[in-house]
Design a protein around this ligand. Structure first.
Ligand SMILES: Cc1ncc(COP(=O)(O)O)c(C=O)c1O
Length: 465
């Protein structure tokens, strides 16, 4: 590649010619080659850098934007950055409106470029005055010498991809691309790239992913017949509750719906397994690309997925386990009991792994043992078998009722044995087993009992996690 061999006049010249990188790990077991066009290499970290300059230049050419003017847009963030970079170089002001579901990082980022950012509610219908697009329209109308970038209806948006993203993919694959996978926010990318590639070779399949909750896939399937209602989802930048003017559905050969959970899981895998630090829409697009590649099952096919933006924009969201858990987007914990035992031995120091009592011991001895080791229950062990259990509250209740019980033998008054579970059991399933009538479990590994996990051990572990 000739990129970067010479100095550039401005940062705008560094937009585009992003690398195409083969996916090697997430594609394990799939014969069809899959390549990712890594759009986070653009200076503003996303594919939307490609449309900022062309939108502003068209407005200048058409005489709508004069020196000192203002660029207004409703943006999920990335278009704002693309516009802000071009506006910074050309000396325009920027005002952006953004739905409140977008990450804080994106708001701060736009402010860093000197833009004014107005956050609007996400959960309003598309024609509501507080909707971010409606509000941007109003501001553009009321501000002197201002234009609305209007990415959802501005033909400069798909045209930018027709002139840059499409030809780059054609050239980088030497015309061998057979499937292009993307999603639609404004539809600018899939429309511009799809139009260019189909002109080059009408057999190239253009396939879109869509988040569960967006109406686009359903509108495409029903050819506009049905009027589905959108519901909120977490992925940012793609899917819609209204078909944008910049999306040509006629270019799309297949649409596949993907959940937030599947998309985020794939984004995390791209980061951890391929070293590609990307956002949620990249995860969704790659999820679809792998499905398409598996279905094609053809080593001579060539699947290209474009990855729209960088993961840095989502550190507080999809790369934050706490946020993922709060939103039920992480699989239940796969950590095992072994970790609970380790946590316990770190805290207990030299306490023996398991304190137990024999069935022939007296209740008095059992109570003394519990108090000595500061535990509330004991397994009753006959050799290596757990034959019952005793707890301080049950033994003390019985002894207070009838003092002779203190000299009775444990075997006569004990409760049922503790369940025995394997050391490889997931923590979450064992936590559910622990209850008032089941205050502890014995943990078996390598054929013998290795330890005991009580309700308080489990709580200590969960609180430290
Ligand atoms: C993260 C992200 N992914 C995908 C897209 C969709 O691109 P397009 O608007 O060209 O359909 C956007 C658009 O803003 C985006 O921000």
């Amino acid at each position: 590649m000739t990129r970067n061999r010479r100095p550039y006049a401005t940062v705008l010249e560094t937009i585009g010619w992003t690398p195409m990188i083969r996916l090697n790990k997430v594609t394990r077991g799939i014969r069809t080659p899959v390549f990712a066009k890594a759009e986070f290499f653009n200076p503003g970290g996303s594919i939307k850098d490609r449309i900022g300059g062309p939108i502003i230049e068209r407005a200048e050419r058409e005489g709508h934007l004069k020196p000192g003017g203002t660029v207004v847009e409703g943006t999920s963030g990335n278009t704002g950055v693309g516009l802000a970079i071009a506006a910074a170089l050309k000396g325009y002001k920027c005002i952006f409106t953004m739905p409140d579901k977008m990450s804080q990082e994106k708001v701060r980022l736009l402010k860093a470029f000197g833009a004014e950012v107005i956050v609007t509610p996400t959960a309003v219908p598309p024609d509501h005055p507080d909707n971010y697009v409606m509000m941007a329209k109003r501001i553009a109308h009321e501000t002197p010498n201002a234009i609305l970038a209007n990415q959802f209806y501005n033909d400069a948006n798909p045209q930018a991809h027709y002139e840059s993203t499409g030809p780059e993919i054609w050239e980088q694959t030497e015309g061998k691309v057979t499937h292009f996978i993307y999603a639609a926010g404004t539809g600018g990318t899939i429309t511009g790239v799809g139009r260019y590639l189909k002109e080059k070779n009408p057999k190239i399949q253009i396939i879109a992913g869509d988040p569960v909750g967006s109406i686009l896939a359903e509108m495409w399937r029903s050819k506009g017949e049905s009027k589905p209602e959108g519901v909120p989802y977490k992925i940012e930048g793609i899917g819609q509750d209204k078909v944008p003017g910049t999306l040509d559905m006629g270019l799309i050969d297949d649409f596949m719906t993907v959940s937030d959970k599947e998309a985020f899981a794939m984004a995390r895998r791209l980061t951890r397994e391929e070293g590609l630090f990307v956002g949620g829409s990249s995860g969704l697009i790659t999820h679809v690309a792998l499905h398409v590649a598996r279905r094609a099952d053809d080593p001579n096919a060539l699947v290209v997925a474009a990855l729209p933006d960088t993961g840095e924009r989502y550190l507080s969201k999809l790369y934050n386990d706490e946020w993922m858990r709060e939103n039920q987007l992480l699989d239940s914990d796969r950590t095992t009991l072994e970790l609970v035992l380790e946590n316990k031995s770190r805290h207990d120091g030299d306490t023996p792994e398991i304190v137990s009592v024999a069935p022939g011991a007296t209740v008095r001895q059992a109570l003394r043992l519990m108090s000595q080791h500061d535990v509330s229950q004991l397994p009753v062990m006959d050799g290596s078998n757990c034959v019952g259990s005793v707890s301080d509250w049950s033994l003390s209740a019985k002894s207070l009722e009838d003092t002779k019980v203190l000299d009775a033998i444990v075997g006569q008054v004990m409760d049922g044995p503790f369940p025995v579970v394997d050391v490889g059991q997931p923590v979450d399933s064992v936590a559910k087993l622990l209850s008032k009538s089941n205050p502890a479990v014995l943990v078996r590994g390598n054929g013998s009992v290795q330890g005991i996990v009580t309700r308080s051990d489990m709580l200590n572990y969960l609180m430290a996690r």
